[in-house]
Every structure is written in C-alpha cells, then in structure tokens.
Write a protein that binds this ligand. Sequence first.
Ligand code: THU
Length: 139
Amino acid sequence: MEQYDYTELIRAAQTGQERAYAPYSRFAVGAAVLTASGHIFPGCNIENAAYPVTMCAERVALFSAYAAGEREIVAIAVITATDAVASPCGACRQVILELAPRSIVLLLNTRGDQQITTPQELLPAAFGASQLSEAKERG
Ligand code: THU
C-alpha cells in the first residue's frame, strides 16, 4: 500500500471538510475512507444544538462505508485547519481501531502537512472484543 497515490482520498477529505455542519464550534473537520473495492466515502462533522449528539467526521465516513456494505477499509484521511495535523478524538480512535484495524491513517492539515499512522499507534492498549469474550468465558 506504500505505493498508493492518496490524492483522490485527500481530495475527498477536503470536500468533506467543506461540507462540515459546524455552526457551534466553527471547527470544520473533513474525513474520507478508501475501501478495498476502491470506493471512497467522505465524512464531515455534523453538530447539533444539543451539543453531545454531534458526530465526528471520521465516524461519519466510516459508518457511511459500513452502511454501504463495505468492511475492508484500506485508508482513512482526516483534515483540519489547524497548525498541527488533525488529531482524532478518543471516541474516533476507538471506532477506527475496530472498523478499520488494517488501515493506514493519514492526518492532514490545510497547510499541507501530513502524518501517516496506524489505528494501533493512535490507540495503544485499547479495549476490544477480546476482552468481552474473556469475561463471557469466565461467566
Ligand atoms: N471533531 C471531529 O469531527 N473529529 C475529531 O476527531 C475531533 C472533533 C469535531 C466535533 C465537533 O463538531 C468539532 O470537531 C469540535 O469538537
């Protein structure tokens, strides 16, 4: 995957950022997910007057891919207009790890900085399904 050209994925994340519905924070986040079938799913943060029900861009993109029946996520790009590259929140790190465990994660900002990482690097020592099954086995 190292040779893959992520231009289209990054462009989709930029488009996602333009579509952000963030009237409260004014902090627009864009994301895009590339699946093994070659499809790209954009995402943006979608806020609500009841603040806690806001949904992050990363999860919108991932849920959208899953809702379309996709299961193998190859890469996910996230972009923000920050000085440092985008930094997914804890909830999104948890979801990225479960829904896109083998993916490459591209963290970007609108200045053109880019960092490539992995779900495992973003969330070490994560809670996961194996812990659920251990507890079940113990009864
Ligand atoms: N946000 C995301 O979309 N992704 C993240 O990983 C961090 C935060 C959004 C949620 C909210 O609309 C705004 O950024 C400010 O927290």
